[in-house]
Every structure is written in structure tokens, then in C-alpha cells.
Design a protein around this ligand. Structure first.
Ligand code: SAM
Length: 216
């Protein structure tokens, strides 16, 4: 599998009720997991392109539902293996990762499989992992991403809500830490589609600078 890009774009998807325990039914993920399926589609959109995996992307799933919440799953494109595009495989992978109890005894992110780690905690856990990334909240009603100076797209973390959007407390918390709201267009999209549009803007930006070729 080919791996394109640099490790500098991060997507943080906040699942208000998404299961942190993995005890959902694999044949009914939407109905039994607090809509973890929404987050799994975001994993595909953020990490996979048609010929491989984006080495430059890290995905964080913030899981706010069920008895073991809050927890965060981190998937690093540079190191993850066996990330497949179909939801069934992604749900199986999530079940295995979330069944681990390693994060109950260790602090911070604990790698469960190559490139895939889990941690106790919520948004603050993610924040501690982001370094100096420029922070953006993806928001339908905000400034257009095309009005962001291109240099502002180089080392970034994008925060997204799930099908329920953002809780006001989380929005306020992100804003208090300097996150800027940006939009990818005038319609409210599914979260995974908003990620696809963001990455398309970034790919075009990188292609203009000769960092990727049109067919790579
Ligand atoms: C399905 S939408 C949330 C809809 C929810 N009913 C609401 O009113 O907030 C899921 C997430 O995708 C992102 N999103 C959707 N459309 C977007 C757009 N046009 N621009 C930027 N982000 C968008 C936002 O982060 C949003 O919270």
C-alpha cells in the first residue's frame, strides 16, 4: 500500500454518544453504538485515498458514550496497517481496539496495534498530543476555507462534530484555545464528506507547490 504526504494534518471527530467500550452489535453498528459508524466513515475519508493511505494524516476519535467514556482512539496514517475502506472491517477493528484495557493502567496513548492507540480522557487528551498545530473548528456557518492563507493549511488540526454537531461547551473550549471556525461550503454536509472536501483543498494546495503529482 502506498503512503502519500507528510505527517502534519490531523482530524479530530467528536462522537457525543459514540461507544467507548466496543460492546455494540457488528451487524447493527448505527443502531447500537451511539453512531460510531459516523466516526468510522470519517476514518476512511481522512486516511484512505484510492491507491493507499495518507501518511501525513492522524485521526482522533473522541468517544463520549457508554460506560468507559470518555476515551480517544488515535490512528496514525504513517504506521497503521490493515485499515480497510469498508465499514464492516472498520467496525471489527474498532471492537478489537476498544476491548483493550491497557489504557486503564497506563497514562496517555497506549498502542494496541501498529499505529493505533487508545487513551482515557476526552478533548484535553487530544489537545496535549497536537503540538503547535493551527486549530480549526469545521463549522457550516464560518469563514470559507478558501479565504485561509495557504500557509495556514500546512500544520493543522481540524475538529468536527458528529451527526449531532458540537456541544456548546466543547465549541467554547476549542475557541478558548485559539481554534478558528472555518467552512467548506454553504451546505451542512456529513462529517466524512466535510473531511473529503478539506483534504481536496489541501491536496490542491500541495499539488500547486509540486508536493504531489496529479496521478500519485
Ligand atoms: C452532519 S454535520 C452536523 C449537523 C448537525 N445537525 C448540526 O447542526 O451541527 C457534522 C459535522 O460536519 C462538519 N461540517 C458539515 N458541513 C460542513 C461545512 N459546510 N463546513 C464545515 N464543516 C462542516 C461540522 O463539523 C459538523 O459538526
Amino acid at each position: 500500500m502506498s503512503r502519500g504526504g507528510r505527517t502534519n494534518r490531523r482530524f479530530v471527530i467528536i462522537g457525543q454518544k459514540a461507544s467507548a467500550s466496543g460492546d455494540f452489535l457488528p451487524f447493527d453498528v448505527p443502531g447500537t453504538s451511539g453512531r460510531l459508524d459516523v466516526l468510522l466513515r470519517c476514518v476512511r475519508a481522512a486516511l484512505l485515498w484510492s491507491h493507499g493511505i495518507r501518511a501525513g494524516v492522524v485521526v482522533y476519535l473522541v468517544l463520549g458514550g457508554g460506560p468507559r467514556a470518555p476515551r480517544v482512539v488515535r490512528i496514525e496514517g504513517s504506521a497503521a496497517r490493515f485499515v480497510r475502506p469498508d465499514e464492516r472491517s472498520l467496525a471489527t477493528l474498532a471492537t478489537k481496539i476498544l476491548a483493550s484495557r491497557a489504557d486503564e493502567i497506563a497514562a496517555g496513548f497506549v498502542e494496541i496495534r501498529a499505529g493505533i492507540a487508545v487513551s482515557r480522557g476526552g478533548l484535553e487528551t487530544v489537545f496535549d498530543d497536537l503540538g503547535d498545530a493551527t486549530l480549526y473548528v469545521l463549522d457550516e456557518a464560518a469563514t470559507d476555507i478558501r479565504d485561509v492563507p495557504e500557509s495556514g493549511l500546512d500544520d493543522t488540526a481540524f475538529f468536527l462534530g458528529d451527526h449531532l454537531g458540537f456541544e456548546e461547551a466543547n465549541r467554547a473550549w476549542l475557541e478558548s484555545r485559539g481554534a478558528r471556525a472555518i467552512s467548506v461550503g454553504p451546505r451542512s454536509l456529513h462529517a466524512e464528506d466535510a473531511i473529503t472536501v478539506v483534504l481536496n483543498e489541501i491536496d490542491r494546495h500541495d499539488a500547486r507547490r509540486g508536493m504531489i503529482s496529479p496521478v500519485s
